[in-house]
Write a protein that binds this ligand. Sequence first.
Ligand SMILES: *Cc1c(COP(=O)(O)O)cnc(C)c1O
Length: 378
Amino acid sequence: MNETAMRVYAEIDLDAVRHNVRALRARAPRAQLMAVVKADAYGHGAVPCARAAQEAGATWLATATPDEALALRAAGIEGRMLCWLWTPGGPWREAVEADIDVSVSALWALREVREAARAAGRTARIQLKADTGLGRNGCQPADWAELVGEAVAAQAEGSVRVTGVWSHFACADEPGHPSIQLQLSAFRDMLAYAEKEGVDPEVRHIANSPATLTLPESHFDLVRPGLALYGVSPAPELGTPAQLGLRPAMRLKATLALVKTVPAGHGVSYGHHYVTGSETRLALVPAGYADGLPRAASGRGPVLIGGKVRHAAGRIAMDQFVVDLGEDLAREGDEAVLIGDAERGEPTAEDWAQAAHTIGYEIVTRIGGRVPRVYLGG
Ligand SMILES: *Cc1c(COP(=O)(O)O)cnc(C)c1O
């Protein structure tokens, strides 16, 4: 199928990913870069984005789940890799045998990885995760001594090697938020304790995209950006992608399915939340919430058609929405750009986030499995 025949598709510009990796490395010149490619690289395609990131100098990859990391290995992706979202009975042994570093936040996880390492007859590489204030995953300061103690014992017996100590910010997207300095200080304390007890980590890391961009003192040995790799701004207050030196990697395009004239007073889409003010031309964009467009952006979601940014008229449905073109001309088969680069006059993931009262992260990550990806710069 050629691209003009496609209902909707996402062009992924791997040169933009490479550019963004280099731009982020320039922001953190003394640190390594771990490219976070969880959730199918935030909807951009984990395998091609992982390769592009490595080509541009990322020395580590990271995923949330072990299955995501194992899928990268199965696709032939080499190099260091970390995954952190474990549940009891998870594929520890497969991860150890696939040379994946695994995160440990609690004693149960340390015990399971120790068992798996013994069974595999190998040393597992583990990274101890500290909860320095996020209150999500990670080990609480009060439980740290016990976790570190057992990790050092496991290291002495040869079943594990602690390769990293790490944590994650709660509010790095709000520069100056008081929790940031508190978390950095807790991280330094927990790190110092682990090192005093005999942990000698290769990498110490806490910086996500916003911290990589705004907080050099958080860079330590390695920065761990996700969203910024794909050229989306972590928060409008931090600047547009262009202001941050980033290039959006995703361009979501659709092909107009129908253009027709309707009389004044005609209701449009479910619920008739939009009614035409005069005789007008409507264009049908064949993409909807089953493709990942947020229904919450009904009446507001932006789309570039015929050189003008217009907005969804009425409800965004499962597979389609409608745009009121007014007097403007367009034809079936014309291109509509839903997500792209503001520097080219296109609507952005940030615009859709604003229209749906959410964040750019959720917009790109939810672009669905029904939307083919077409890779540029491969
Ligand atoms: C998702 C995630 C990241 C990347 O965050 P961004 O804000 O996308 O850069 C880093 N670390 C952890 C633990 C994460 O869950």
